[in-house]
Design a protein around this ligand. Structure first.
Ligand code: ADP
Ligand code: MG
Length: 458
C-alpha cells in the first residue's frame, strides 16, 4: 500500500474515534513520509504535534496502521514544516528516524474516545453524565432520557435537530450507551445516514442485500445520525423506509438526528418524511452565555487545566457558535500552554482567541464590573456586598443592566454573579435602569462612557 493510501485509510479509522476538534488539531498537515523495514515515518508540522502524537496517540496510530499493514513494527515522527515541499522525493530530505518510539502503555493517555465498540458503533465517552444541560438543549435531553425509560413507547421515533457542534451526536450516543449499560442483551446500533447508504450500496453489489436487511431488523434501538444526507438518495430512502416500518411495527425504537427539521429536508420521499415526524421532534438551539461558561468550566476541570475564571469568561464571550468550537478553543489554549510550559495570561489567551475567531465582543462580566467600580470610584468588591447604600446599589444595578444588555446574561446567572442574589433582583435592576434611561439623559451619558471604557479593553 502506498504512503498516501495507507495514511488516508489509517486516518479514516482514527477520525471515527477522535473528536473532531482533536482530529483537526493533531492530524492536520500530517502524512506518511516513508515506510521501510517495518517502520513507518509520519511527518508532522511542528515539535508540538510530534510530542503530542508520540505521547498521546502513538498506540492508537500504530494499531490503526498495523490493522492495514501487519508487518509494521514501529512508527516514528519527524517534523516537516508544512511549507517545505515534500512532494518530490523524501529521500533527499535525509529523513532519519531519530528514535523508535514506544512509551510504556500506562504513559499513553487513556483515550476513551478511541474505544468505539464495533458491534454498536458507540463511543463510550458520549454519556448522559458528561452531557451538560441548559435551556438550549433541555427539551432534547428530556426526550432522550424518556426514550431510555420507555423504549419504543415514549417518543417513537425521536427526531432531534439543530446546527453543527451542538451535541446531537453526543445525545444520540448517550441513549445507546445508557441502554447497553443497563441491559447487555439489548441490541443497539448507531449509524450515520451516509454509512447506512454505503453499506446498502455495497450489499447490493455483493449480492448480500438480504443479510443487510435482516441485520437492521434485529435491533431494539436503531440510531441514525445526520439523516439530512438521505436527501436525494432514492434507493437508500426506499430501503430505509422498509427497515423503519419493520422495526416500528415490532415496537422497536428509532432515533434520528438532522441539522434541520424533517419538513426542511429536501428531496426526501413524503412517506419517509411523515414517518420521521410521527413521533416527537425536538430541537437543540445555541447555548447562551452562562451555559457556555458552565460547559467550559466542566471541560477545563475534566482536562485538569490550570485556567482562571476570568479567562473562561473570556472564551465564553468570544466563542459563541457551538460547543465544538468551545472545545477547540480549550484545545488550542492547552496546546499553547503545554508548549510554552506555563499558564497563559489573560492577554495571551485573548490574542490566541482573536487570531482564531472573529470576536463579536470580548468583554466579560468581570471586566464590566471592574470598569463600573472604577467609573464610580468604589472598591470592586463592594459591588458584591449585600448593602442598600445608594452609592453601591446604583453602580450594581447598572452593572446588572449592562451584563444583561451587552452580554445577554440570563437573570439567574446575573443574580448569582452578584454574590448569590436571586433572579428577581436582577430583573428589578434591569427594569429600573431601562425605565430611568427613558427619562434621564444624564444616565444615558454615564452608560455611554462606561461602555466606551470597556470597549477600549478589547
Ligand atoms: P453535533 O452532532 O450536533 O454536530 P456533537 O455531538 O458532535 O455535535 O458535539 C460536538 C462536541 O461538543 C462533542 O465533543 C460533544 O461531546 C460536545 N458537546 C456537545 N454538547 C454537549 C453538552 N451538552 N455537554 C457537554 N459536551 C457537549
Ligand atoms: Mg453529529
Amino acid at each position: 500500500m502506498n504512503n498516501q493510501e495507507l495514511w488516508t485509510r489509517a486516518l479514516s479509522e482514527i477520525e471515527l474515534s477522535v473528536s473532531r476538534a482533536n482530529f483537526v488539531t493533531w492530524f492536520k498537515d500530517t502524512k506518511i513520509l516513508d515506510q521501510k523495514e517495518g517502520t513507518v515515518i509520519v511527518a508532522v508540522p511542528n515539535g508540538f504535534s510530534k510530542e503530542w502524537l508520540e505521547n498521546k496517540y502513538h498506540k492508537f496510530i500504530l494499531k490503526s496502521i498495523r490493522a492495514l499493514v501487519p508487518e509494521v513494527r514501529s512508527v516514528s515522527y519527524s517534523i516537516i514544516s508544512p511549507d517545505t515541499s515534500v512532494a518530490n522525493g523524501y529521500a533527499s530530505l535525509k529523513m532519519k528516524p531519530k528514535r523508535e518510539f514506544s512509551l510504556p502503555a500506562e504513559e499513553q493517555l487513556e483515550f476513551k474516545e478511541f474505544a468505539v465498540d464495533p458491534k454498536t458503533n458507540l463511543n463510550p465517552k458520549y454519556t448522559f453524565e458528561t452531557f451538560i444541560v441548559g435551556s438550549f438543549n433541555e427539551l432534547a435531553h428530556a426526550a432522550a432520557l424518556a426514550v431510555t425509560q420507555n423504549l419504543g413507547r415514549a417518543y417513537n421515533p425521536l427526531f432531534i435537530y439543530g446546527g453543527v457542534g451542538l451535541g446531537k451526536t453526543h445525545l444520540l450516543q448517550a441513549i445507546g450507551n445508557y441502554l447497553i449499560k443497563e441491559n447487555k442483551n439489548k441490541k443497539v446500533i448507531y449509524i450515520t445516514s451516509e454509512r447506512f447508504s454505503n453499506e446498502l450500496v455495497s450489499s447490493l453489489q455483493n449480492n448480500t442485500a438480504n443479510n443487510f436487511k435482516e441485520k437492521y431488523r434485529e435491533y431494539d434501538l436503531l440510531i441514525v445520525d445526520d439523516v439530512q444526507f438521505f436527501s436525494g438518495k432514492e434507493k437508500t430512502q426506499q430501503e430505509f423506509f422498509y427497515t423503519f416500518n419493520a422495526l416500528f411495527d415490532a415496537g422497536k425504537q428509532v432515533v434520528f438526528s438532522s441539522d434541520r427539521p424533517p419538513k426542511s429536508i429536501q428531496d426526501i420521499e413524503e412517506r419517509l418524511r411523515s414517518r420521521m415526524e410521527a413521533g416527537a421532534t425536538v430541537d437543540i438551539s445555541e447555548p447562551e452565555y452562562e451555559t457556555r461558561l458552565a460547559i467550559l468550566k466542566s471541560k477545563a476541570a475534566e482536562r485538569k487545566m490550570d485556567i482562571s475564571e476570568d479567562c473562561l469568561e473570556l472564551i465564553a464571550t468570544v466563542v459563541q457558535k457551538n460547543i465544538r468550537e468551545l472545545e477547540g478553543a480549550l484545545n488550542t489554549i492547552q496546546i499553547q500552554s503545554r508548549y510554552q510550559n506555563k499558564t497563559l495570561s489573560f492577554e495571551e489567551i485573548k490574542s490566541i482567541l482573536n487570531k482564531n475567531i472573529k470576536p463579536k465582543s470580548t468583554i466579560t462580566p468581570t471586566q464590566i464590573i471592574k470598569t463600573i467600580a472604577e467609573f464610580f470610584d468604589i472598591p470592586e468588591k463592594s459591588i458584591f456586598e449585600k448593602t442598600r447604600k445608594t452609592e453601591i446599589v446604583r453602580p450594581r444595578q447598572i452593572a446588572m443592566y449592562l451584563i444583561r444588555e451587552d452580554l445577554k446574561g440570563s437573570y439567574p446567572y446575573i443574580g448569582q454573579k452578584f454574590g448569590g442574589m436571586d433572579h428577581t433582583t436582577a430583573i428589578h435592576a434591569y427594569e429600573k435602569v431601562s425605565e430611568e434611561l427613558k427619562k434621564n439623559p444624564g444616565l444615558e451619558e454615564e452608560i455611554k462612557s462606561i461602555r466606551e471604557k470597556y470597549q477600549k479593553l478589547k
